[in-house]
Design a protein around this ligand. Structure first.
Ligand code: TH1
Length: 834
């Protein structure tokens, strides 16, 4: 039984657990209390970082009060909850975001100013929480912000990696990786819960036995155990008391120490086990859109799945409901296939530990889970070797074979004698070794499967899950177009524009209902408004230019067109087409007369992004960009007209500077390869235009902003396969302009061209259609240059486009999920809990 305060003490508890007030003196008192007591500093022993820490601890107190109130409220009301399981949460910094969401920014600005620090400086002291690779991880973070803001009873679950995505530095123009140990100076935003811990088993054996009622049953025994410890990350909603939680697990050894072994003098062996356990949550795998079948990654997945399910089940059991009510209380969303073992683990717990029949259990499982697919690229689809799973999770492997058998029996019944269909649909890919196809498992165990943009959701239905649509019916396969949080990506990253919009719309309500942005369209023709809008852009460009000067030493003119492509390096995203385009532009500039040059639109081309450490071609693209940059930026003949920048170590904080400063951003994936993209939404929301292919969410952005306010080019998804086939079997000459670019590289103009041969070699089979799309790409660029020359018309395009972005709030995405998939409703934290 839980402890309750004696009646006489209740008053004291109520009084002293209230959230602190936010007047200047109280904030200052809180800051100094944390500086002196939490950090053991004093006024003559402070620096900017300590001031950041003291501020963070002070803000954390507010977060925790709201966290407590929200969680208390949700325990009492006990609504259906959604759990968002994700191996990645790319949060970035927290201080500024928390201050804005809690509506405390101005209060802290004044209070901290009075103590002798500037809040903007302190914000810059924080290191990013970079527990994700790119779009998928950032999407999870945006979703958490929206769930909190919309008052949904939701928790995120993930892993507390000690090392986030590696830090990227350039050495001689090559990417080099450094460990991202983000916890060096502690993390004020997490609440370590040493009391919330679970054992997680690996390996061992399966025992068959007959229970008291004569039933044959199985239990998983032996092996080794590690402990999962909870760390809670509060996520405050915007202008609501609601504060939700991301629970991140870290691994600890079960036995602190093997004393017997130690006393025998075998020190090494006794710490080995300890090290192995801690290794599990040590590092984030740095591959985006690519599967690497490492055992440690599989261990991470099961570790996180097991701890999460134990936690969810413990919470469910508190209210003593029958198991049949589990799906009415619990909805679990799988962020890609990474947490798919959760489906098997729940089935195992229900039949092996809770004594349900297979069918009872499977019914519960399939009414609990839903799965988001984020890619159809074959190299990204997870498959695990059967021997690997058998060794690490023997009981799970049995259950996978069993559920596959039942599944294939149902397929056989519906499509008798169709052997090839059984082979295609099986969870097991036959071969030596066999593999488990995680996407099939996820689809079979879920009630809904969704893609992340209209086109992608169609591709999901017609490619990887075509057979599954025929079997389950098309209703199971739905679309939920991605979105981004306007709080971080406009209000926080672009305060100038946010203030202008609030002024025009008469308040900040639009930040919780982005469809209201539409009303800004009325000002698109207003020259006064255009000037203010473009002046904000200009100031953002100056801010970026200062940053670029700082990290690269190159000076940029804010009058140039800022053309940005920042995203993970990947051949399908075609950064090489962009750099080839830059080379083409440079060669052309070199051949121009003075008179011709005067008509040119000055351009700054900016790249940023990390390549997976093992992705050779992607790293070579970086080297090409930096090599060309060295030549271009040092050329006095062209320097007024072209600058080329590679910003190192792209992360959320860099994105917050980069995105609001772009005039044009490139989203130029081969049609059908980029599931959605989410930075495309952020760029347009911040008053930039897109140069893009007819792919992913670009298409829906185009529908919203209108065809005059986006620059589309290139082959369509439906044409891609034919083009590839044609290229393969007919002698198709490479695009002449692209040939010119290759000649330029091979001339040695950008250094020894031998190093680029492997990259140029990819153009022989040209899987990503650079040759086909190159001329259309350059033509689209010319349309951009022409449009940019007319300042007023350009401003109108940007304003109209930004004002059309209402659809792409992650609030809309979350409401889609809540209504159509999760069947949950908002539960606001009411006053009696605050
Ligand atoms: C990305 C998709 O590539 C991108 O188009 C999409 O906007 C984003 O997810 C959010 O939906 C993906 N990231 C990953 C990362 C891993 C594996 C697959 C994908 S798909 C590790």
């Amino acid at each position: 039984p839980a402890w309750a305060p004696p009646a006489a003490a209740e008053q004291i508890w109520n009084e002293f657990s209230k959230e602190e007030s936010t007047d200047e003196a109280t904030i200052q008192k809180s800051f100094i209390r944390h500086a002196t007591k939490t950090l053991a500093r004093s006024s003559y022993n402070m620096d900017q970082f300590a001031a950041y820490q003291a501020t963070a601890h002070s803000v954390r107190d507010h977060l925790i009060d709201r966290w407590n109130a929200t969680q208390h409220c949700h325990s009492v009301k006990d609504p259906k909850r959604v759990y968002y399981m994700s191996l990645e949460f790319l949060i970035g910094r927290t201080l500024d975001n928390a201050l804005l969401n809690l509506n405390l920014k101005d209060h802290y600005k004044r209070a901290i100013g009075g103590i002798g620090f500037t809040i903007e400086d302190l914000v810059d002291e924080e290191v990013d929480a970079a527990l994700g690779n790119g779009g998928l991880g950032r999407l999870a973070a945006c979703f958490m912000d929206s769930l909190a803001t919309l008052d949904y009873p939701a928790w995120g679950y993930g892993i507390r990696y000690e090392y986030g995505i590696f830090q990227q530095k350039l050495v001689d123009g090559y990417q080099t990786e450094y460990p991202d140990y983000w916890l060096t100076f502690g993390n004020p935003w997490e609440i370590q819960r040493l009391d919330v811990s679970y054992d997680v088993r690996f390996r061992g054996y399966v025992e068959k036995y007959v229970d008291v009622s004569g039933q044959t049953r199985y239990r998983w025994e032996g092996g080794e155990k590690v402990v999962a410890v909870a760390n809670d990350y509060p996520i405050p909603g915007f202008q609501t008391k609601n504060c939700i939680n991301i629970r991140l697990w870290s691994s600890k050894p079960k036995k602190e120490f093997d004393f017997a072994s130690f006393n025998e003098g075998n020190y090494d062996k006794s710490v080995e086990e300890q090290k192995a356990a801690e290794n599990i949550t040590s590092v984030l795998y740095p591959n985006d859109n690519h599967m690497v079948g490492k055992v440690l990654r599989l261990k991470q997945q099961y570790f996180f799945v097991s701890a999460t399910l134990q936690d969810i089940i413990r919470r469910f059991k508190k209210t003593s409901r029958p198991w049949s009510e589990f799906p009415q209380q619990v909805s679990i969303q799988l962020n890609d296939t990474h947490p798919t073992l959760s489906i098997v683990e729940l089935q195992r717990i229900l039949i092996d530990e809770e004594g349900l029949t297979w069918d009872e259990a499977w019914d519960i499982v399939t009414h609990t889970y839903s799965y988001t697919n984020h890619t159809v690229l074959p190299e990204a689809l997870e498959k695990w070797a059967v021997p690997l799973i058998s060794d690490l999770l023997p009981r799970h492997m049995m259950i996978i074979f069993e559920l596959n058998l039942y599944f294939l029996q149902r397929v056989e019944k519906l499509f008798p004698g169709d052997r090839d269909r059984l082979r295609r649909m099986s969870v097991i890919e036959e071969g030596h070794p066999q593999y488990v196809r995680m996407a099939h498992l996820a689809a079979i165990g879920s009630h809904h499967v969704n893609g992340v943009a209209e086109l992608h959701s169609e591709l999901v239905k017609t490619t990887i899950f075509a057979d599954f649509v025929e079997f389950f019916g098309k209703e199971k396969f739905v679309n939920v177009t991605n979105g981004v949080t306007p709080r971080r990506w406009l209000h926080q990253a672009n305060p100038g524009l946010s203030t202008l919009i609030s002024e025009k719309l008469g308040g900040t309500a639009w930040l919780k209902d982005l469809s209201q942005l539409d009303k800004i369209k009325a000002f698109a023709d207003d020259v006064g408004f255009q000037n203010r809008f473009m002046d904000i852009k200009y100031k953002n460009k100056i801010r970026l230019a200062e940053y670029v000067k700082d990290v690269t030493g190159v000076t940029l003119s804010p009058d140039a067109l800022f053309d940005v492509q920042c995203k993970r390096l990947h051949e399908y995203k075609r950064q090489h087409m962009n750099i080839f385009g830059v080379i083409h532009r440079y060669e052309k500039l070199k051949s121009m007369s003075k008179a011709e040059l005067e008509k040119v639109v000055p351009r700054v081309v900016i790249f940023a992004g990390k390549a997976a450490p093992g992705y050779y071609t992607a790293k070579l693209i970086i080297k090409l960009i930096t090599s060309v940059a060295n030549v271009v930026n040092a050329d006095p003949q062209t320097s007024e007209y072209l600058k080329l920048i590679f910003i190192p170590n792209y992360n959320v904080s860099v994105a917050e500077i980069l995105i609001p400063a772009s005039d044009l951003s490139q989203h130029i994936s081969t049609a059908g390869t980029e599931a959605s993209g989410t930075s495309n939404m952020k760029f347009v929301l911040n008053g930039g235009l897109i140069l893009g292919t007819v792919d992913g969410a670009n298409i829906e952005i185009g529908e919203e902003v209108g065809k005059d306010n986006i620059f589309f080019f290139g082959a369509l998804t439906a044409e891609v396969e034919d083009i590839r086939h044609h290229q393969m079997y007919h002698n198709v000459a490479m695009d002449a302009k692209l040939q010119g670019v290759i000649k330029s590289i091979q001339s040695g103009r950008y250094g020894d061209s031998v190093i680029f041969e492997p990259l140029l070699g990819t153009l022989r089979s040209d899987y990503y259609l650079l040759s086909k799309d190159f001329t259309p790409y350059l033509e689209a660029m010319e349309r951009v240059d022409a449009a940019f020359k007319n300042k007023s018309a350009w401003a109108k395009k940007c304003i109209t486009a930004a004002a059309s972005m209402g659809k792409f709030s992650s609030d809309r995405s979350i409401q889609d999920y809540a209504k159509r998939i999760w069947k949950i409703t908002p539960v606001p934290t009411t006053e009696e809990f605050a």
